[in-house]
Design a protein around this ligand. Structure first.
Ligand code: PLP
Length: 379
């Protein structure tokens, strides 16, 4: 990957490989093919000797490679691979460091889908998981077979900033690998490699893609660790399609611009919501990064505010069980992202039926405020 020495926005615009063909395309072409063709058997052999890059798209394709390597560049990691979704990125990352008979420590406040994957599915692979609170006694949960620690750099829905330095110090002290889901922060705000995290995963469905039109994931890490991750992605068929990868790469080019604008809008909206009489509490972090405090704002509506009416009262803000697109959207953690988390665990996490998660977009901030104001007034 070229351009390691450049700044973030330049890297994100120019991360794809140079076109070396005779007629050079300005935009990266889409290699919408399941396989590559060869002149003869000798020519095909050249893939196996490393002279040719591609054989079969599940093993590798220029567009999926662009995405994996592009995110690795932005995360300052050595290597990366695109996956079919954020969930498959998490699964392949975990399986690369844990086998049957191993034990994983995971933060209790991970995304609900990750919670279900760990709680229900990993057991069937013979991997035990213990969930830990950020302020809990992690040492008590350690076992002789504990192999890794999984957490999110910024959590959902209360936008808690994980103390990655603490996680890494604890983990390295007990020979655990650290996997961080950096979906909410993106490398624009946080680069977990600076805290010596081993593997970083993303739901590229969110900010990396940024336009709510693609489902994708990425795992990045050192060359040595990525070898096993890649093997798993290929053999388990967790590969991303070329077109999806191309869309995510197109989104990646504007990641810095979008984040700057979305963080600025979120800052303004959080301050605005704090002043509204219908709002009990606003969750919006301070000190996340020098580039901004993220674009997710969660608010708790007062008990007397009708949540149903509130959700139905927007003019352009969308109700959607996702986040990070250029358009502002709201979601209901109890009903979607944390639906699968048992009620007592949700309560332990302090997630309330009055909580509304807001993913702030790039619209004009005055319009966003106006839409929230009229929805609050109707509820
Ligand atoms: C923090 C986080 N990680 C992972 C995922 C899973 O990503 P995907 O839906 O792309 O599989 C999500 C989905 O919402 C998420 O919010």
């Amino acid at each position: 990957m070229e351009g390691k020495e450049r700044y973030f926005n330049t890297q994100s615009v120019h991360f794809t490989k140079k076109d070396t063909s005779k007629n050079k395309s300005k935009a990266r072409p889409i290699y919408q093919t399941s396989a590559f063709v060869f002149e003869n058997l000798n020519d095909m052999e050249s893939y196996f000797t490393g002279e040719k890059d591609y054989l079969y798209s599940r093993y590798g394709n220029p567009n999926t490679e662009d995405l994996g390597k592009g995110v690795a560049l932005l995360e300052e990691m050595e290597d990366g691979i695109a996956t079919s979704s954020g969930m498959s990125a998490i699964m392949c990352a975990v399986l690369s460091v844990c086998q049957a008979g191993d034990h994983l420590l995971a933060a209790l406040d991970v995304y609900g889908g990750t919670y279900t994957l760990f709680e229900q599915e990993l057991q069937t692979f013979g991997i035990d998981v213990s969930f830990v609170q950020s302020n809990g006694d992690w040492k008590k949960e350690l076992r002789s077979n504990t192999k890794a620690f999984f957490c999110e750099s910024v959590t959902n829905p209360h936008v808690r900033i994980e103390d990655l330095e603490n996680v890494v110090t604890f983990s390295k002290g007990h020979q655990l690998r650290v996997i961080v889901d950096n979906t909410f922060a993106t490398p624009f705000l946080i680069k977990p490699v600076h805290q010596n995290v081993d593997l970083v995963i993303h739901s590229a469905t969110k900010y990396l893609g940024g336009h709510s039109d693609v489902t994708a994931g990425v795992v990045v890490g050192s060359k040595a660790l990525m070898e096993r991750v890649k093997q798993l992605v290929i053999t388990m068929g967790a590969t991303l399609s070329p077109f999806e990868a191309w869309l995510a790469c197109r989104g990646l080019k504007t990641l810095g611009l979008r984040m700057e604008r979305q963080c600025a809008n979120a800052e303004k909206l959080a301050a605005f919501l704090k002043k509204q009489p219908q709002v009990d509490h606003v969750y919006y972090p301070k000190g996340l990064s020098e580039h901004g405090n993220g674009a997710i704002v969660t608010m708790r509506l007062k008990e007397e505010v009708n949540v149903d009416t509130f959700f139905s009262s927007f003019s352009f803000v969308k109700i959607a069980p996702t986040l990070a697109g250029v358009e502002t959207s709201i979601s209901y953690p109890v009903g979607t992202s944390h639906r699968s988390v048992p009620q007592e665990k949700r309560e332990a996490l302090g997630i309330s039926p009055q909580d509304v998660r807001i993913s702030v977009g790039i619209e004009d901030s005055r319009d966003i405020e106006t839409d929230f104001l009229q929805a609050l007034n109707q509820a």
